[in-house]
Design a protein around this ligand. Structure first.
Ligand code: ADA
Ligand code: CA
Ligand code: CA
Length: 231
């Protein structure tokens, strides 16, 4: 009798552990586990069901396309999951296919995104969530129903040689905030923008730009209270 009780308890314990370490649905912060499945199409697609957490390392997609399942629908609904959560790390060489959910989150340190393609931006493509020094370069981010890049915390951030088309805004600092962010926009082709390239309510923020190519009238490139300089 006692043996049976121990056996059942052991099985239960193993099942709970396996569940916990695959995808913990009770975690209310950024999801800290990944559960990645190659879907068998020549290893060129990667189906994920949790945020990929990059911390102190480089995540190189090798040209694969990510498909997120159960993480959001790529609409303007808040509360969708990030595809990547990046702390002191690099994400490169990957396509984020639709639904692109809440894109990529910068979570601190010195972090970089390069050569990432998002053909159909979700709620937004990349958000500064915590203070840090960040770079996004040589990436393509199209079809954004609102902004492409969102800044929600202190940072120095460089957007370098990124291309976008059919977007509302390229980058905005969170609404109503007056803390400082320093933004560099260096190059890139930004076409069919319905609002502006940069927007901020903060007089202490500085937006530097150079070599931008855009079919938006230059008088509409920057809107708001921030300082704007060509460099
Ligand atoms: C909107 C919203 C912000 C923030 C942002 C984001 O701009 O008003 O509070 O949530 O989206 O990070 O997606
Ligand atoms: Ca939002
Ligand atoms: Ca968002």
């Amino acid at each position: 009798m006692k043996k049976w009780v121990i056996f059942i308890l052991s099985v239960l314990f193993i099942v709970v552990l396996a569940f916990w370490f695959s995808c913990n649905p009770f975690s209310d912060s950024e999801v800290n586990n990944t559960f990645d499945v190659l879907d068998g199409s020549g290893s060129s697609r990667l189906t994920i069901t949790c945020t990929i957490v990059v911390n102190g390392s480089t995540w190189d997609g090798g040209g694969q396309t990510i498909t997120a399942v159960g993480m959001g629908d790529g609409s303007q609904d808040e509360g969708q999951k990030a595809i990547f959560s990046i702390t002191n790390g690099t994400v490169r060489n990957v396509t984020i296919g639709p639904p692109a959910c809440d894109g990529m989150h910068f979570m601190g340190g010195n972090s970089t995104i390069t050569n990432v393609s998002v053909p159909d931006v979700g709620e937004d493509a990349c958000t500064v969530k915590k203070p840090g020094t960040y770079t996004i370069s040589n990436s393509t981010l199209n079809e954004a129903a609102d902004k492409v890049f969102q800044i929600n915390d202190l940072c120095t951030i460089t957007y370098s040689r990124n291309n976008c088309r059919n977007i509302v805004k390229y980058v905005q600092q969170n609404g109503g905030m007056t803390w400082k962010c320093t933004v560099y926009i260096d190059g890139g082709t930004l076409n069919n923008i319905s609002d502006c390239i940069g927007h901020s309510y903060s007089p202490s923020s500085i937006f530097y730009h150079r070599n931008i190519s855009s079919n938006l009238d230059r008088s509409k490139w920057f809107r708001g209270e921030m300082q704007v300089y060509e460099y």
